[in-house]
Design a protein around this ligand. Structure first.
Ligand SMILES: NC(=O)C1=CN([C@@H]2O[C@H](COP(=O)(O)OP(=O)(O)OC[C@H]3O[C@@H](n4cnc5c(N)ncnc54)[C@H](O)[C@@H]3O)[C@@H](O)[C@H]2O)C=CC1
Ligand SMILES: O=C(O)[C@@H]1CCC=N1
Length: 275
C-alpha cells in the first residue's frame, strides 16, 4: 500500500535526503517521491534522477499523501503558515522531523484539524540502519500510522512513544546519537595516531571496530555489558582502558551530555512554539 504512497519532502537537506535516499536504495519508486527546497541547485541532481523536484511547496503538497516537514525548527512556523491553504485544501498527513516543534503548534500553524506525526529519525536512515521515534496526534488514522511506520521501517527501526515529551528523550538517544559515536570515532582515530599508527590505519581500524561492535551487539542475545566483559580479560589490557574511562566518570559524562541535548529540545519548544 505504501509502495504507492506519494511522499513529499519539504526541505531537501541532510535529514530528508538520508530518508529518501534510504527509501530509494530500498526500492521505493523515485517517481513517487517529491522533494522541495528553496535552492534550485540542490534540487537539480534529484530531478535528473527522476524524483519530482520543485521549489513550489504548494505543488508538492497538492500531489502527495504524506508531507515530511524537514526544514530547520527555526523556520518551521513560517513555512507551515505560508502553506496553510494548501495543507487545508489537500490535507496530507504531516510528518514533522523537527527537533523541539510540538504537534499542537504545528497544528495551529497549519490551521487546525490536521493529522500530524512527530518523528525523530536519524541520518543512518541513509544506509537503512536508522532509528525513528514516532508520536501521533489524535487525528492520525490507523491507516496513516501504518503508512508512516512502513515508510520509516524501510530505512530502519521504528518505535512509537506514548507521550510527546518522550520525543525529546528519543532526540537525546538516537536523533543526535550518531554524532556521539562519530565523535568517539574521531577521538579513537586521533589517539591511535598518537600511539604511533599512521592516520589511515588508525581510522580504518577504528571504523571497522565500531562496525563490528555495533553488529555484534545488535545480533547477540548478550547485553552490551556482557559483551564488554568478554573482551576484558582479568589483568589484561582492556581492563586498564575501561578502568580509565570509569575513573573519569563515563556514565556521568554521557548522562550530562544527553540531558543537555534533551534540555535543548525543550528550550527550542519554549523559543519557537510559545507565542
Ligand atoms: N540532521 C540530523 O541528523 C537530524 C535532523 N532532524 C531535523 O531535521 C530538520 C532538518 O535538519 P537538517 O536536514 O539537518 O537541515 P538542513 O539545513 O540540511 O536542511 C533543511 C533544508 O530545508 C530547506 N528549506 C529552508 N526553507 C525552506 C522552504 N521554505 N521550503 C523548502 N525547503 C526549505 C533548506 O534549503 C535546506 O536544504 C530539522 O528540523 C532537524 O531538527 C531530525 C533528526 C536528525
Ligand atoms: O542537532 C539537531 O538539532 C538535529 C536534531 C537531532 C539531530 N540533529
Amino acid at each position: 500500500m505504501t509502495q504507492t504512497a506519494k511522499i513529499a519532502f519539504i526541505g531537501a537537506g541532510n535529514m530528508a535526503s538520508a530518508i529518501f535516499e534510504g527509501l530509494i536504495a530500498n526500492g521505493y519508486p523515485v517517481d513517487q517521491i517529491w522533494v522541495t527546497d528553496r535552492s534550485e541547485e540542490k534540487l537539480a541532481p534529484y530531478a535528473a534522477r527522476g524524483l519530482k523536484a520543485t521549489t513550489d511547496n504548494d505543488e508538492a503538497l497538492a500531489a502527495c499523501d504524506i508531507a515530511v516537514l524537514a526544514v530547520k525548527p527555526q523556520v518551521m512556523k513560517t513555512v507551515v503558515e505560508a502553506h496553510r491553504d494548501a495543507i487545508q485544501q489537500y490535507k496530507p498527513l504531516l510528518v514533522s522531523v523537527a527537533a523541539g516543534i510540538d504537534a499542537e503548534s504545528l497544528s495551529n500553524w497549519a490551521g487546525d484539524d490536521v493529522a500530524i506525526v512527530r518523528c525523530m529519525p536519524n541520518t543512518p536512515a541513509l544506509v537503512q540502519t536508522g532509528a525513528s521515534g514516532l508520536y501521533a496526534n489524535a487525528l492520525v488514522s490507523e491507516q496513516q500510522r501504518q503508512q508512516t511506520e512502513e515508510i520509516l521501517a524501510a530505512v530502519g527501526i521504528t518505535l512509537w512513544v506514548e507521550n510527546e515529551a518522550q520525543i525529546d528523550a528519543v532526540t537525546a538517544v538516537s536523533g543526535s546519537g550518531p554524532a556521539y559515536y562519530f565523535l568517539f570515532m574521531e577521538a579513537m582515530a586521533k589517539a591511535g595516531e598518537q600511539l604511533g599508527l599512521d592516520a589511515e590505519t588508525a581510522l580504518k581500524l577504528t571504523l571497522q571496530t565500531a562496525l563490528g561492535a555495533a553488529r555484534m551487539s545488535t545480533q547477540s542475545d548478550l547485553a552490551p555489558a556482557e559483551l564488554r566483559r568478554n573482551v576484558t580479560s582479568p589483568k589484561g589490557t582492556t581492563e586498564q582502558a575501561i578502568l580509565s574511562f570509569q575513573q573519569q566518570g563515563i556514565d556521568e559524562m554521557v548522562l550530562k551530555a544527553m540531558t543537555a541535548c534533551r534540555d535543548r529540545a525543550e528550550a527550542l519548544t519554549e523559543e519557537l512554539c510559545k507565542d
